[in-house]
Design a protein around this ligand. Sequence first.
Ligand code: HEC
Length: 106
Amino acid sequence: MRLIVAPILASLIMSPVTALSKTSPPKAFTKCAKCHGAVGHGGTRTAPDLATTKMTFKQFKTQVRHGSGWKGRPPKNPRYRWKKMPAQIGVDDTDLEKIYSFIKSR
Ligand code: HEC
């Protein structure tokens, strides 16, 4: 039993480390990571995967500045329909550019 469990445990522990070493998230991403996970691959039922977002940079900016529910937004990921994202403050345009290229690089 131990022989089977050990490699599974090892891969569970190792995977976030490998994911992070690809490119480390910009500092401003710390805010987003709370809900969207360390590298934006989605929190456990807290917020969707950002790597697969279909939002353009302009839409992305609106989402972050206004939170969920702005006019003209593309359809939400249905898995997260019942949760709302609050508007994020303290992220400037430069932060948003860094975050957007970071999530798109995942
Ligand atoms: C309090 C938790 C929370 C925080 C903090 C948060 N989000 Fe979200 N976010 C959500 C939830 C929940 C959704 C799903 C609802 C929705 O799509 O409006 C979401 C959706 C999104 C979407 C839309 C994805 C899509 O394709 O529909 C983007 C883009 C996004 N977040 C970016 C960010 C960024 C960038 C930050 C940091 C500046 C951030 N979020 C911080 C909870 C959060």
